[in-house]
Design a binder for this molecule. Structure first.
Ligand SMILES: Nc1ncnc2c1ncn2[C@@H]1O[C@H](COP(=O)(O)OP(=O)(O)OP(=O)(O)O)[C@@H](O)[C@H]1O
Ligand SMILES: Nc1ncnc2c1ncn2[C@@H]1O[C@H](COP(=O)(O)OP(=O)(O)OP(=O)(O)O)[C@@H](O)[C@H]1O
Ligand SMILES: [Mg+2]
Ligand SMILES: [Mg+2]
Lengths: 256, 256
């Protein structure tokens, strides 16, 4: 039965989208059936496959705000076992963007429930914020994966995020668990990065993935070439590290 | 008379906060009286000076949501000519965070108007989003400074941002102008960065600052040492580039 994993951090630019795209692609390579949902109006999941916003019809906000059938919004990527639902409509009405529904209605959870039997894993990429949309994502999810960029502002952002997750778990989704914390843009040649790695491992212990994602140009080239790093250069450190992560991710729940 | 400049990009991690802190510090060095307002609930302006959220009393949201006198919320930094107003209260009530007031009330503009006579420049650091808060920031501002990280996702984000600024200018703030576009985390050793620089200069021409901010470890160390890069190592490329930017910024309006 499909597990819904939300990728979340209110700190911007920490590698949420890069992780969503490259982890999904790696799991698809390991024969897992993957659906990736873009909940960020920036629409960078579709940009990762080279689509411009106006190229695509069918966007997640149509299921949320216009009650369209979510099955009609699923698009295939060029990769086997890997489907996605984009966010392509412009940001539109300010207030509409901030408020999906009261949290106790669990609207997104209801919309996504019919998808679980079709996929092994459903990932949700989130915008860099903590608001009504991301609260609904947490309520709809079985687990949460938190990318932590190896920099100090990202480290400082951790406290508010953990507090927010606890509030949602306590009041709305008691089954919500941590999938894990992923260290991203790691550069062990510099002290700053080393300090962050040490601090995170000391504080979050076994919740932190062994696998760390190094800073690697191939990962930054994903939106330029319109494909996950593995399909740009399968031997690049960026590609192999997400493949390692996928194996570690699967071994977590004994799938492998 | 103080000019209000809002630093904005809905793309996360492009260097909004780093620019807000280091440009403000550089302008203060050039004898400009600067106020920096943190409109991002992450509160990374205070983190840049080594303050923890609970260390400080008085936060911008108290002027917005509880009608506190804005003059009482001003804090001094250790640097002459450089004051700031932090955002230190926790994110709190979901809906409150998304909605300051109807845009035609120009609530933030009214709150900030009394400050203009006390400062040469007032900068606003924004969260990585386009919502009611950032719309009010645009309505309250004389000009907007847009950091563009030299990466492809950041480039793709530009279209929506320009559209949003145009909507606010047309409907709410006809005097809003572009202060300029700033290329950040530039690394001319890699092709990706070069392509972005070329593309941005071709599209936005003279609106793009000559000065480019290189990727430089001292800038990432600001929240670790709790001071702008110039005060960590004044000869570092990160420090000198923001000082160059400050001079170019002042020469724009003939101040120098
Ligand atoms: N390991 C890495 N090595 C090099 N570049 C990376 C790496 N991970 C991400 N990037 C680049 O860093 C930038 C930020 O990453 P990304 O956009 O995935 O973060 P995000 O958290 O999704 O951002 P946002 O908060 O805007 O949604 C992007 O330009 C991306 O290409
Ligand atoms: N020129 C630079 N060289 C090296 N590191 C940089 C540079 N500019 C910013 N950084 C680092 O990159 C990260 C992102 O920068 P910053 O937090 O200033 O961006 P932001 O746009 O304010 O992010 P957010 O969207 O979360 O508000 C930070 O860890 C910062 O220290
Ligand atoms: Mg993203
Ligand atoms: Mg910031």
């Amino acid at each position: 039965m499909g597990e819904i994993v939300t990728i979340l951090s209110q700190k911007g630019g920490v590698g949420k989208t890069t992780t969503a795209v490259n982890l999904s692609a790696s799991l698809a390579l390991l024969n897992q059936k993957i659906l990736l949902i873009d909940l960020d109006p920036q629409g960078h999941i579709s940009a990762s496959f080279g689509y411009a916003k106006y190229d695509i019809k069918g966007s997640i906000d149509e299921a949320i705000f216009e009650s369209k059938d979510i099955m009609d919004l699923i698009h295939k990527t060029p990769i086997d076992n890997f489907d996605f639902i984009p966010y392509v409509n412009e940001i539109g009405d300010r207030e509409h963007d901030c408020f999906i529904a009261p949290l106790n209605e669990a609207k997104l959870k209801k919309i996504l429930s019919g998808l679980k039997s079709h996929y092994d894993f459903i990932f949700i990429d989130n915008p860099p914020t903590l608001n009504n949309i991301t609260s609904h994502a947490l309520i709809a999810s079985d687990s949460v994966l938190v990318p932590i960029q190896c920099e100090f502002y990202a480290l400082k952002a951790l406290g508010s995020l953990l507090k927010e997750i606890k509030i949602i778990k306590t009041n709305y989704n008691p089954d919500l668990s941590y999938r894990g914390f992923l260290l991203t843009m790691v550069d062990l040649r510099n002290n700053l990065s080393k300090r962050v790695v040490t601090k995170v491992r000391q504080t979050l212990k076994e919740l932190v993935y062994e696998t760390m994602i190094p800073r690697n140009i191939r990962l930054a080239e994903v939106p330029y070439y319109g494909k996950p790093a593995y399909y740009i250069d399968k031997s690049a450190k960026g590609s192999t590290s997400y493949l390692d992560l996928a194996r570690e991710f699967l071994s977590q729940n004994g799938t492998i």
